[in-house]
Design a protein around this ligand. Structure first.
Ligand code: ADP
Length: 481
């Protein structure tokens, strides 16, 4: 399969700085592994602060030319990048499945989703307006912030990059991307397509390797005016603190602890299908995955048995096989975390209704799991499990469900299942979450604003609001000319 990627010209293992593919300056490399097999897919450059400084310098000097192009010129380059991603869809998806583990169908879905941000912001580039405020002779214009440092995770190797780079480039910013060390190959392949599309050398740089060192180099640079990050809450807080010294703008997409509330009046088939999708996408490894399934007493037994039946139909395996709907977890540490959460829950009185152990395929495969009678003193309730474990939590009243749902420092996605329109509005508005799905389990799209409240983050990605994160407001008052 890697041979296919090589033939397609999409196997890149070096960083991208100023339009050149470069090794780490000390020649160091790190392995990228297939989580389904343990096979080493490639050795990629392991970079640090020196390479990052050069990438920043390149983004900084390119900023002057890229931001001076007309919106239409930037739009055309982005559109061409979109077309190239779509025409390489199959190969990019294959590469993603190899390094990340998700089933091919999901990988193809992510290529479409990831590419959609480039298409959307190529279009939006032409509609980034300033205002002339009539009564005061003043002129307001919107200016790109400058060089952007973008740090991204492994769970969506393409989309987490395009969601940041699309609007940044559309606004005229230039970017240094640091993809996750676990999934750099998809990022490098996408960057290669950007170069082919005519995005100028230096407008998009990619460095990877020593994360804290690269992160620090981005934070310390006065030329980097903005940090955009998707990843863990702990690292997000560090980056926020580290941005203070140079007063950078910052966008954060951090961890969630999504409640999925199933009311007595829900359509049971819709609720099962929706919560299954919300829980088990990417084997539970997304920040919008349902982390707590709250089920009202009157429907608890019926929902639990229908849900378990649906979970039993999930096929665990290598993502390259057509039948697979659940790939491996990203690595051993992820499996150990799941085991720790399960042990904690069972020691406090929860009961494993399905699964609850490693899958007999070995490696990092874990059985799709349903745990009943979960309560708010358990890790499964308090923290993100990031694995294929569905905790069921019984509740009595709507008020109680809302209270339980909001009883967390996270506030990214929430889901509710009910046939009542008044309840849909009431509960959606009471939930302290940035995104709410009503009777649906998959809600992300490039046309809607994505982002969290509380400790789930700052700022929004996608939609027309997605460009605001990369713009400065400037006020010029002209008089006595
Ligand atoms: P996850 O749990 O999703 O892996 P992380 O926050 O650990 O979340 O990783 C998200 C991204 O942040 C990755 O690209 C990772 O390399 C990067 N990262 C981790 N630690 C640091 C750090 N100290 N400074 C900058 N980036 C970091």
């Amino acid at each position: 399969a890697m041979e296919k990627i090589r033939v397609a010209g999409l196997l890149r293992t070096q960083g991208l700085i100023a339009g050149q593919w470069v090794d780490a300056y000390d020649g160091k490399t790190i392995e990228v592994q297939n989580p389904a097999t343990g096979e080493v897919l490639a050795n990629v450059s392991c970079m640090g602060s020196r390479e990052t400084s050069d990438a920043i310098a390149s983004a900084h000097s390119t900023f002057y030319s890229w931001s001076k192009l007309t919106a239409s010129e930037r739009s055309k380059a982005l559109r061409k990048w979109y077309d190239l991603i779509i025409s390489h869809k199959e190969d990019l998806a294959l590469l993603m499945t190899l390094e990340q583990g998700k089933p091919m169908k999901e990988a193809l879905g992510e290529v479409n989703y990831g590419a959609s941000f480039i298409e959307y912001f190529a279009e939006e580039a032409k509609r980034i307006y300033g205002d002339i405020i009539p009564p005061t002779l003043s002129d307001r214009r919107l200016l790109p912030v400058g060089v952007v440092g973008a740090i991204t995770p492994w769970n969506f190797p393409l989309a987490m990059i395009t969601r940041k780079v699309g609007p940044a480039l559309a606004c005229g910013c230039t970017v240094v991307v640091k993809p996750s060390e676990f999934t750099p190959l998809t990022a490098l392949a996408a960057a290669d397509l950007a170069l082919q599309a005519g995005i100028p050398a230096g407008a998009l740089n990619v460095v990877m390797g020593n994360a804290p060192e690269i992160g620090d180099a981005l934070l310390q640079s006065t030329q980097v005016r903005k940090i955009t990050f998707t990843g863990s809450t702990a690292v997000g807080k560090k980056l926020m603190a580290g941005s203070a010294n140079t007063v950078k703008k910052i966008s954060l997409e951090l961890g969630g602890n999504a409640p999925c509330i199933v009311f007595d009046d829900a359509d049971i088939d819709v609720a099962v299908k929706g919560s299954l999708a919300a829980k088990f996408r990417n084997s539970g490894q997304t920040c919008v995955c349902a982390n707590r399934i709250l089920v009202q007493e009157g429907i608890y037994e019926k929902f639990a048995s229908a849900f378990i039946k649906a979970v039993q139909s999930l096929q665990v395996g290598n993502g390259l096989e057509d039948s697979t709907s659940q790939g491996p977890l990203i690595n051993e540490a992820a499996v150990e975390k799941v085991e720790k959460f399960i042990n904690d829950a069972t020691s406090k009185g929860a009961n494993v209704m399905l699964g609850g152990k490693r899958h007999n395929l070995g490696m990092t495969f874990y059985e799709p799991t349903v745990v009943g009678n979960v309560s708010n003193d358990m890790l499964l309730f308090r923290e993100e499990v990031f694995g294929p474990v569905a905790p069921l939590i019984p509740f009595k009243t709507e008020e109680e469900a809302i209270h339980m749902a909001n009883d967390t420092n996270a506030g990214l996605a929430a889901y509710i299942f009910t046939k009542s329109i008044p309840r849909s509005w009431r509960v959606s508005e009471s939930l302290e979450y940035g995104l709410v799905g009503v009777n649906v389990g998959i809600i992300s799209t490039e046309v809607a604003p994505f982002g969290g409240v509380k400790q789930s983050g700052l700022g929004r990605e996608g939609s027309k609001y997605g460009v605001d994160e990369y713009l400065e407001l400037k006020y010029i008052c002209m008089g006595n000319l």
